[in-house]
Design a protein around this ligand. Sequence first.
Ligand code: AHG
Ligand code: MN
Ligand code: MN
Length: 335
Amino acid sequence: MADVTVTEFLLFHQKKSPHATGKFTGLLYDLILSCKTISRRINKAGLLDILGGTGVINVQGEAVQKIDDLANSIMIYRMERSGAMCAMSSEENPDLIRIGPEFPRGDYIMIFDPLDGSSNMDVNINIGTIFSIYRRPEGCTGEVRLEEVLRKGENQVAAGYCLYGPSTMLVLSTGQGVHGFTLDPGVGEFLLSHPDMKIPEQGWIYSCNEGYREKWDAAARECCEHFHKAPSSKGGAYSARYVGSLVADFHRTLIYGGIYMYPPYKGRPEGKLRLMCEANPLAFLAEQAGGAATDGHMRILEKVPTQLHSRTPLFIGSKKDVEAVGEIYRKHAAD
Ligand code: AHG
Ligand code: MN
Ligand code: MN
């Protein structure tokens, strides 16, 4: 049978990657198990009492959905028992999550958004889990210090997401390209469905929340206007798409190409998206797939986070489309 399971794929790659030790592969198994557990709960959401808000506002100033809480607990429970982690950081937790003395510890640090796009949950629209994995810096021992976690995205050893859509998909990179797996719910296994994913050099879709247009600065407005007027990869006009779940908007961009933009706006000078749990992992995937990701001025992966929940503007997708944005920002900076 030609089906390649994610397990088989990881074991094969373990031989080739300098990072992929048995412990690292074990970490990925547990991460995949967490995602499968979340996927199962989400599939039954309308039948369980897990839709709607908790009434709590999180560290990001956003309403916590019941499903955010559930996904966060599933991730923390499974990963703190994996034996591979020394610390974690979640979009839903204000501080570093340390691994208690009752659990075996390893050298990896995971930063994650347990559920991205959760406000779309109540209307049954795609959402996902985004993760970013680092190895603890060489020579560090004892309790993990914040400085060990606040590192540039280019230090990631793996990143990916699990998309809960019409089918559940895992998209993963350990630094050797980007590979997509689709969950066969009958056997409960992810099977390789999208090997070696590449973002087209230019696309035909632009994606941003144009409702904020009046709050954007002149450069962001011009970026949007550029995609209204410039010829797309198909020769005609660009099309607009915006799901409002970053993970779903990124997944479309990875497959079809084009650009996803979340510029800063009045009242949010760094935009809304989180550098460490959203922008970095997706930027790692974009670059591994031959695309690009910037904040308009610099590569996302070179940005130094100043805090766990630092935010960043994000322009991500096809190389040529992201370059067009860079040119517009350079022109505005020189004016
Ligand atoms: P989260 O659900 O993890 O808080 O993330 C929501 C984010 C992201 O998924 C999406 O692209 C963006 O919020 C949408 O924001 P706007 O409603 O401001 O467009
Ligand atoms: Mn998110
Ligand atoms: Mn979230």
